[in-house]
Design a protein. Structure first.
Lengths: 164, 384, 399
């Protein structure tokens, strides 16, 4: 199935919970309401014609100017060999989103990484700890307004240039 | 006398239980393939749980991408997975080309495939070599590395570097193949074949090796897909899926090759032995691909004309490359400036690492090492 | 022999007016030191060098070749380096036991040399309980390893030590039963007595005495490998699993002791096998040479050491080739296979000796032929692999 027909299936099923559909770009995507993400994902996984059995990639992008963080889900189906891209927008200052760990196990670590680097809190996640950064790190490094602290536990985070 | 006919009949996790011991494996441990750490809860030799703790090699490559621009990021991609750096080069090249609508010349694509397949052989050799080293045999490791060294020589001649190649450019590759390169590569491939036979006789036919790998950490196809295992690890579970064949990119549609899958030849489908065996078979497929590439490579330029200050139009793009560790997903967002707005790499080892905690209960301590090596985990790829 | 020498020296007045017992003590210590420094340490050291070169050859490398001609002094350089290194003792370690462990291990290893016969005359003491004594003494090594594992206060060391204990205690049984299979034939435990009943020809060796001893040879070999912590049974120090097992916390000279024992044990294992199964120091009568006592003994010693080193090199070859087995497989191999097989051999040999007390010549000849066919097939395979792998090519852009 191509992106257009998958999107129309989604619209049929979820009507007003689909915020918008973008099909004129390189990778067509659907913007889904934050509250609907788990329902949409379970539907996409379980529907016989769609069967999106794998979560390829889950990314967070911080759109600071627009004031939201976009979580992007790249889904793929091994049985039907088709793609769909879902996007969810959550406000930067209250970045809370339901976890899709119950739908795909792969989301566990991907969501931990997004939590770690972008500070999106996933509700219903089984083990939401920092993944890459130290446990006691302050701030979310991939946010656009993140300022690197001068030191971490007394260790300088900058290095003097050897060229000077 | 079937002294070697091991039957593994351990009563794992029932009956005689003793106090749990917490072992800290890593960050500096001989067989963690880079710097990573496991907190192992063990009951004697049997593990209750192995909790991976990653991040020791986090170099914030994704953040660096936002600061250095499209061309400037290419050398950094080498460091995402330094064992198979060509694929990271290719991934970044492809995602930028998709963002900016750049067409790569045919010869450039062939150069990319040649470099990438050579790199795949090198990476798989390293993987099978370290697996057997972790299981305790030393010689097959040296044999694998001896062959890998020749590939390093070949790649050095191609791009001047032996590990972090920085060979590809947005729109093609940096240099054409050097004169006489074809003969050298074909000579190497001709002697790699019997070497692989020897390796199989020494390792795959070895009863101890089979005993150590068979039925250890079996992953079902369902589990593998749920955890998004990719590449050889997925194929070992019996899922015949290869990005090169099923979502073709570059010149792979013009090339003929098989996609080997795990058959459970030593025990069950999806056990550690299958993961090892799929990699060995893939080396043979790569040899096939390389031979075809040299037959089919056309003349022409190797790199397209690309602006120095590349400013792709606003938008995002996602591509998938079949790296040595499987489907590597590159996601890039452009905001119309000369710096990427966001770049994200989803790597094969990341998924493989996340499944270990589920696999670990009931395995022996020695099996953990087998599992890490058979999943071919490269720590920097997990942490980026 | 030593006693006669000391007696004659005391009679000559070499020791002056010293009391007889003290003279004996000095003589024994001096002889012991001569043996230890003149032979045992050198055997261990040279074995490490041989191992490194043999491995290098197998792994298409060169190996150490810088210290002395062809690197033969490398082991001395390594030993000196380790002796001069700083020794760290972990703060939380049981300091006394930690320091003691290497000595226990070394004692267990060196004392085994007392009863190893190098020729018909060259033996420190031909004990009546020779083979039993060696088995007992080499078992002392496990005590040292356990102490080392425990006292290091490191979990990896502890696991290594416990693995070693479980492994060596288990494999002691099939090894001992197989050794006693040979004792059934000889009726003596003395090392010289066992050798004396064999001959220089392979058909006179106990390995080809009957089908059960033939099988018993392999059982003993495997069991002794396991006792010596050699691949595929090197679990106690499995470097990829346990960092370095029981030696994780050791450094400097104490570390050196453990390695001394490990490599020296190779020789002890081979010597036991050669004594029990491979005809010991027997040499065919050669005119002129074997007629003089010195010539005979030199030739016998060379034969014995040569045979032993053949064993040492095959153990090295095995180590370079085979992966390590897992701890449950280790126990399976011992209790489910080796132990029943060794008991079967024991009973079989007992019956055989009952029927043919003086041996059964046709069976011996047949087994010899079978044995040599196996060796021949082995070399055919080696030749096949050498042919197939072909010549190496060099691709370096610089060359």
């Amino acid at each position: 199935m191509d992106a257009v027909s998958i999107h129309s299936r989604l619209r049929e099923k979820f009507a007003d919970r689909i915020v918008s559909v973008e099909e004129a770009v390189k990778d067509p995507f659907t913007v889904v309401e934050a509250s609907a993400i788990v329902d949409v994902c379970s539907f996409l996984r379980d529907e016989a014609e769609l069967q999106f059995d794998v979560l390829c990639n889950q990314t967070g992008v911080d759109y600071k100017a627009a004031g939201y963080i976009e979580v992007v889900y790249h889904l793929y189906s091994y049985s039907h060999r088709h793609y769909v891209i879902l996007k969810v927008r959550v406000p930067r200052d209250a970045a809370v989103l339901a976890s899709v760990e119950g739908v795909w196990k792969a989301a566990n670590w991907l969501e931990r990484e997004i939590f770690d680097l972008l500070g999106v809190h996933f509700t219903g996640h089984s083990d939401l700890r920092r993944l890459l950064m130290p446990e006691d790190w302050v701030g979310y490094p991939l946010r656009k307004d993140f300022v690197e602290p001068a030191e971490y536990h007394g260790i300088s985070t900058t290095r003097e240039s050897l060229l000077r | 006398m079937s002294v070697a006919g091991f039957e593994v009949e351990v009563d794992r996790g029932s009956g005689l239980e003793t106090e749990e011991m917490t072992l800290n494996m890593g960050p500096q441990h001989p067989s963690t393939h880079g710097v990573l750490r496991f907190v192992v809860k063990a009951d004697g030799e049997v593990m209750r749980r192995a909790i991976p703790d990653v991040g020791y090699l986090h170099r914030s490559i994704e953040k660096i991408a936002e600061k250095v621009g499209y061309h400037g990021f290419m050398p950094y991609t080498d460091r995402v997975d330094y064992v198979a750096a060509m694929f990271c080069n290719q991934g970044w090249g492809m995602v930028t080309e998709k963002l900016a609508d750049i067409e790569v010349p045919k010869r450039g694509e062939y150069c990319r495939v040649i470099a990438a397949e050579l790199n795949r052989i090198a990476s798989h050799l390293l993987s099978v070599g370290t697996l057997i080293l972790d299981i305790g045999a030393i010689t097959p490791f040296f044999h694998a590395f001896r062959e890998r060294e020749k590939i390093n020589d070949l790649l050095e001649e191609l791009c001047g570097a032996r590990l972090t190649y920085n060979y590809m450019r947005i729109g093609g590759v940096a240099w054409d193949l050097p004169p006489g390169y074809e003969d050298k590569v074909l000579a190497f491939l001709a002697q790699l074949d019997p070497m692989l036979d020897e390796h199989c006789d020494l390792v795959a036919a070895n009863t101890i090796f089979r005993g150590r790998c068979a039925k250890v950490a079996t992953i079902s196809a369902k589990q593998a897909i749920a955890y998004n295992l990719v590449g050889p690890n997925l194929r070992a579970c019996g899922v015949r899926y290869d990005v090169r064949r099923d979502e073709p990119y570059s010149v792979y549609p013009e090339l003929e090759f098989d996609v080997p899958v795990g058959t459970g030849s030593a025990g069950e489908v999806g056990d550690s032995f299958d993961r090892y065996w799929v990699r060995v078979l893939e080396i043979r497929e790569s040899i096939k691909i390389l031979r075809q590439c040299f037959r089919q490579i056309p003349d022409g330029p190797v790199v397209a004309k690309v602006a120095r200050k590349l400013k792709p139009p606003e938008g995002d793009a996602h591509i998938r490359v079949e790296s040595a560790r499987g489907d590597m997903g590159w996601y890039a967002v452009s905001d119309g400036t000369e710096f990427p707005y966001r770049c994200k790499v989803r790597t094969g080892s990341f998924a493989a690492m996340s499944i270990i905690e589920e696999l670990s209960p009931g395995l022996m301590l020695a099996d953990l090492v087998t599992v890490i090596a058979s999943l071919d985990i490269v720590a920097p790829e997990v942490d980026r | 022999m030593l006693q006669q020498l000391l007696d004659s020296m005391i009679a000559d007045g070499t020791f002056g007016a010293l009391p007889r017992d003290l003279a004996y003590l000095i003589g024994m210590v001096a002889a012991g030191a001569a043996v230890v420094f003149g032979f045992v340490l050198n055997v261990s050291g040279v074995t490490t060098f041989v191992e490194r070169r043999v491995w290098a050859r197998i792994q298409s490398r060169i190996g150490p070749n810088r210290v002395g001609p062809q690197g033969i002094l490398q082991w001395l350089a390594d030993g000196l380096k380790l002796l001069m290194k700083e020794e760290a003792i972990p703060y939380a370690a049981d300091s006394l036991l930690f320091k003691l462990a290497p000595f226990i291990v070394t004692i267990g290893f060196i004392t085994a040399f007392v009863a190893i016969p190098f020729s018909s005359a060259l033996i420190i003491a031909d004990l009546d309980l020779g083979i039993l004594y060696i088995t007992a003494m080499t078992s002392l090594v496990v005590v040292g390893i356990m102490v080392a594992g425990w006292s290091s206060n490191n979990k990896w060391s502890l696991i290594g030590g416990i693995r070693a204990a479980a492994q060596i205690v288990s494999y002691e049984i099939p090894a001992a039963v197989s050794i006693f299979t040979v004792i059934l034939i000889t009726g003596t435990l003395s090392m010289q007595g066992i050798i004396a009943q064999q001959g220089w020809g392979p058909w006179d060796w106990f390995i080809f005495h009957n089908p059960f001893t033939f099988l018993g040879f392999f059982v003993t070999f495997v069991a002794l490998l396991a006792e010596g912590n050699r691949t595929p049974f090197d679990l106690p120090e499995a470097e990829s699993e346990l960092v370095a097992g029981f030696v994780t916390e050791y450094s400097g000279a104490r570390y050196l002791f453990f390695f001394l024992v490990e490599w020296g044990n190779l020789y002890v294992i081979s010597a036991i096998l050669v004594t029990l199964f491979l005809g010991g120091w027997h040499v065919p009568p050669i005119p002129w040479i074997t007629e003089s006592a010195v010539g005979l003994n030199v030739l016998q010693a060379l034969t014995f050491i040569g045979k032993s080193y053949l064993g040492v090199i095959s153990i090295m070859w095995i180590r370079a080739t085979l992966p390590r087995i897992r701890v449950d497989q280790l126990m399976t191999t011992c209790w489910k296979y080796l132990l029943p097989i060794s008991f079967f051999n024991f009973m079989g040999t007992a019956l055989w000796v009952l029927i043919w007390p003086a041996g059964f010549r046709p069976a011996e000849i047949l087994l010899t032929v079978v044995g040599f066919c196996l060796v021949g097939y082995f070399f055919v395979r080696v030749a096949f692999h050498l042919r197939r792998s072909g010549a190496q090519i060099t691709l370096s852009p610089l060359s």
